[in-house]
Ligand binder design. Structure first.
Ligand code: A2H
Length: 253
């Protein structure tokens, strides 16, 4: 944990259908999974969303009749940041587990796919962000490794009720060129370090160190309206655009 507050961007991933337990939210308003990211400029590379199967989540009343799915802790924080109707008292419409979210189809802002799915990530911390994470396997070693785990392991898919078509068609989408690593930096570094699985914490920490700072300082966008611009310049512009368009909310903790 750093000393200052972390400024996250909550990306609003809209549920296209409300399967299983989520059907209880039918008629409650547009439902969004609120993914916390520090890298809003990477949303062009989303292949899926992550939830912790055994994690506890809730569906909360948001602004303008919308419904936000996130952890209770983050909904409370958000309410103090005046981004839910009742300050300090977020209204929980429905309690959920991460498992209830697996397989929900989503429309994700700036994502080239019309729909991406919620998949299980076992290393999500419930005391950080919203407990919902959006997956960009081109630039995040955690995301790359967890998606590869699901692709390689039919038993893992079966365990969490993940259908093949939610995972197998989704490939890395190159979005940022990092000198020395290319445009699939997470894959390159994970292969160099021989990261074995999403539980290979020590090697993943090393991979992240190698790729994150360099991506931010030396990376150049290869897609979107800021193609050719440095990541460090594009990030605040893309973030502001998403906030202004109602596709994201600012959140800090
Ligand atoms: B980032 P920090 Cl492409 N548990 O978004 C585990 N990981 C979480 C989380 C949680 N509860 N909440 C958010 N995260 C992830 C994109 C991304 C991210 C890219 C590259 C780097 C990167 C796509 N996933 O993070 O510990 C989210 O992944 C660099 C650190 O608060 C979020 O941003 O510093 C990041 O970790 C927040 O991590």
């Amino acid at each position: 944990e750093g000393v200052g507050p972390q400024d996250y961007t909550l990306i609003k991933l809209r549920a296209l259908e409300l399967p299983g337990k989520l059907s209880e939210l039918e008629g409650a308003g547009p439902v969004f999974l609120m993914a916390a990211t520090l890298r809003p400029e990477t949303m062009y590379g989303q292949t899926n969303c992550w939830a912790l199967p055994e994690g506890k989540y809730g569906a909360y009343r948001g602004l303008e009749g919308e419904v936000y799915i996130m952890t209770a802790r983050s909904a409370l924080n958000l309410s103090y940041q005046e981004r839910t109707p009742a300050r300090g008292e977020p209204e929980c419409l429905l309690q959920l587990t991460g498992q209830d979210l697996i397989g929900v189809p989503l429309a994700a802002p700036n994502c080239p796919h019309e729909r991406v799915y919620v998949l299980p990530l076992l290393t999500i911390l419930t005391n950080k962000g919203t407990g919902i994470v959006t997956s960009v396997p081109s630039d995040s070693p955690d995301d790359y490794t967890a998606l590869l785990d699901l692709k390689k392991k039919p038993k893992l898919r079966e365990k969490y009720g993940v259908k093949d078509e939610w995972v197998l068609p989704y490939e890395i989408i190159p979005i940022i060129d990092i000198p020395g690593f290319g445009d699939r930096a997470a894959q390159v570094v994970c292969e160099q370090l021989k990261v074995q699985s999403q539980n290979d914490a020590a090697k993943l920490a090393e991979a992240k160190q190698m790729v994150y700072l360099k991506g931010f300082t030396d990376g150049v966008m290869t897609v979107g309206p800021y193609a050719g611009r440095k990541v460090s310049e594009a990030k605040p512009l893309i973030r502001d655009e998403m906030l202004a368009a109602g596709q994201a909310l600012a959140y800090s903790e």
